[in-house]
Design a protein around this ligand. Structure first.
Ligand code: BES
Ligand code: ZN
Length: 655
């Protein structure tokens, strides 16, 4: 019999299941007191009984209907029971229409339980399965109009004359595309056969296509086991071009040329750099899909096929670090995976760390530190803006009560996670000392899912001679305490010029009066050597002024001449920039300075971007200066946004 949670808890408090394996090094007494009862920790964000089965392979047979905005078809699982007999199979579903269930080809009864927000509706299949039995489970289904995993665009919503669809399944939306064991703890190889009238891309390697009366069936395989959240599908008027020896970029035709220019120089360099740091790229090809404007994220690490936002096309290659990030997930996240969303930092913190190591290796340590500094201020902003920092700003999360991982999503796992690894790198003696651990960790956990304690065990085991160093790390603060972590020392070379220009502006604003005064004191030469990331910091710091003492800070709204002259002097770098990061910070500065014409410009811009990183704070800015305009703008554009984005902005605006 499969033990219920209650009995396993009682048992494990008496005999810890893994203390039998006496080889494990003890952590500090504090950490030991926090150790979960089972490891890897149970995932409470799934309703499936994933612990009862081993999964061997999954076959997706999907058919896309653009007319109905529906994916229909079936999913076939090759499974076996473990050492216990099982009388029920529970799968995750969310707003799916379940049509039929068969086990080894024979029809079986099923029941879809009432929806439990936000986890969805459990699909319960009663059956008698003996221990250690291999079997095939097939479920026929279709998606419904409430699907949160997909966005369907009409031809009018794309830039061409064809419709478009894409999926976005992380963290718990796979269950809204197909019935599954929707947990990062559970990995399967995949075959996918996807019928569509338009080209299809998938999180795997294309193995050909079969023609079928006006449509085609596109075939793919993913031979490395992956969790359900990493499945990715998109279909539309997609074309592709090579951007490296193992890489292509896919996009709608009108963007292809810009995509090739933006990415072709760097992708292979990134892969080689990461291979040096960790070990060989195991997935074969590395392609990028540049999605349509409404794509809600910067990027998503679908294996073999990174999905990315068109806002990466900055025409100056400065947003390419997002590609370094998604590529880095090929090791952190896709090979070595968090076992539940409580340990999401293992995915994202490690990925930011590797992303910045790539940047550092290619552009020098000052660039790595510069990017870390920007991350630090993002972290401060994010924690300051949180409605519930007590709950959501600890590194290790506690979503066991059914909290929606989308609500827990923030900069914290990214930047606190990065800073923890950066701190460890420093206290352990720098990259030379830390790099062997990186290789060891990724080798040890490749193709597995783990929790924070397995990471800690591995760390303590790897450095038996540096135990004192590791014991001195303030683990309680890093892992379980809300708020900012200890601040590291950053190399500030690339930021220094930016910050001194900010200081000069802030102090001059009170002294100088006319536009001409400012034009004598400042000129475009001030910023001519700044790259876009430095312009971003410049604008951010003009607003935050964290580099000047609190008593000297100014309110830009009181200095209209100064702010408008500033924008006039640096017009080319700020107002004319096509880099979405700069465009966004420009609106942040202008709305802070209450430059009224910018309100409508920001509103218009919010109709052209779908990336939540810009859309959500964009509406917050607008709401702060003109709530009526914010609401009117949201009403106008809401149906062009991805369903998740629409829902979150609605919450943000308290509608
Ligand atoms: N895996 C994430 C995106 C994600 C996380 C989607 C959680 C849904 C739920 C991806 O790797 C990511 O972190 N994207 C970032 C870009 C990055 C450079 C920080 C983004 O979208 O902004
Ligand atoms: Zn990421």
């Amino acid at each position: 019999m499969f033990m219920n949670k209650f009995s396993s808890r009682i048992l494990s408090s008496v005999t810890r299941p893994f203390s039998i394996n006496s080889k494990r090094t003890m952590l500090t007494p504090f950490l030991e007191s926090k150790r979960p009862k089972q490891s890897p920790e149970y995932d409470y964000s799934t309703l499936s009984n994933y612990k009862s089965f081993q999964i061997h392979h999954t076959t997706l047979n999907f058919s896309l209907s653009f007319e109905k905005s529906v994916v229909g078809g079936n999913v076939l699982f090759d499974l076996s029971t473990l050492n216990n007999s099982v009388n029920e199979i529970d799968l995750d579903t969310s707003f799916l229409d379940i049509k039929k269930v068969t086990i080894d080809g024979k029809d079986d009864g099923f029941n879809v339980e009432a929806r439990k927000q936000p986890l969805g509706s459990k699909l319960v299949i009663k059956t008698d399965l003996e221990a250690n039995k291999k079997f095939q489970l097939q479920v026929e289904f279709s998606t419904t109009k409430d699907c949160t995993a997909l966005q369907w665009l009409t031809p009018q919503q794309t830039s061409g004359d064809k419709p478009y669809m894409f999926s976005q399944l992380e963290a718990i939306h796979a269950r809204s595309l197909f019935p599954c064991f929707d947990t990062p703890s559970y990995k399967s190889t995949f075959t996918a056969n996807i019928e569509s009238p338009l080209p299809v891309v998938f999180s795997g390697i294309a193995t050909g296509a079969t023609e079928k009366e006006g449509t085609s069936i596109y075939h793919f395989k993913q031979e490395i086991p992956i969790p359900a959240y990493l499945v990715g599908i998109a279909s539309g008027d997609l074309v592709s071009a090579p951007i490296g020896p193992r890489s292509h970029v896919y996009s709608e035709p009108h963007r292809l040329k810009d995509c090739v220019w933006e990415f072709s120089g760097d992708v292979e360099k990134f892969i080689k750099t990461a291979e040096n740091l960790i070990f060989d790229y195991e997935w074969g090809t590395y392609d990028i899909l540049i999605n349509v404007d409404s794509y809600p994220y910067g990027g998503m690490e679908s294996p073999n096929m990174t999905f990315a936002t068109p806002t990466l096309i900055a025409h100056d290659k400065t947003n390419i670090d997002v590609i370094a990030h998604e590529l880095a997930h090929s090791w952190s996240g896709n090979l070595v995976t968090n076992c539940s969303w409580n340990h999401f930092w293992l995915n994202e913190g490690w990925t930011v760390y590797i992303e910045r190591r790539i940047v550092g290796a290619l552009h020098g340590e000052p660039s790595r530190h510069f990017s870390a500094m920007i991350g630090w201020s993002d972290l401060e902003n994010s924690i300051n803006a949180m409605k519930n920092p007590e709950k959501f700003s600890t590194l290790v999360q506690k979503l066991n009560d059914g909290t929606d991982p989308d609500d827990a999503f923030s900069t914290v796992p990214y930047e606190k996670g990065f800073n923890l690894l950066f701190h460890l790198e420093n206290v352990l003696g720098g990259p030379a000392e830390f790099d062997p651990f990186i290789k060891h960790y990724f080798k040890k956990f490749a193709r597995q899912s783990l929790d924070t304690f397995q990471f800690l065990d591995t760390l303590f085991e790897f450095y038996p001679n540096k135990r004192d160093v590791l014991e001195n790390v303030d683990w309680e603060r890093w892992l379980f305490t809300p708020g900012m972590p200890p601040k590291p020392l950053f190399i500030t070379t690339l930021a220094d010029n930016v910050l001194s220009l900010v200081k000069k502006w802030v102090s001059s604003v009170k002294e100088l009066k006319s536009s001409d005064d400012f034009k004598k004191a400042f000129s475009v030469a001030d910023v001519k050597d700044f790259n876009s990331n430095q312009i971003v910091l410049f604008l951010e710091e003009l607003v935050a002024q964290s580099c000047v003492p609190e008593s000297s800070r100014i309110n830009w709204a009181d200095y209209a001449t100064a702010s408008s002259t500033l924008l006039d002097i640096y017009k080319k770098q700020i107002l004319e920039s096509q880099n979405a990061e700069v465009v966004f910070k420009n609106y942040k500065f202008q709305t802070t300075a209450r430059i009224q014409p910018s309100y409508q410009q920001l509103a218009d811009w919010l109709g052209t971007v779908g990336r939540m990183k810009f859309v959500r704070p964009g509406y917050r800015l607008l709401n702060a200066v003109d709530r009526e305009l914010a609401i009117r703008t949201f009403e106008k554009f809401k149906d062009t946004y991805h369903p998740i984005c629409k829902q979150l902005v609605k919450q943000d605006l308290e509608l």
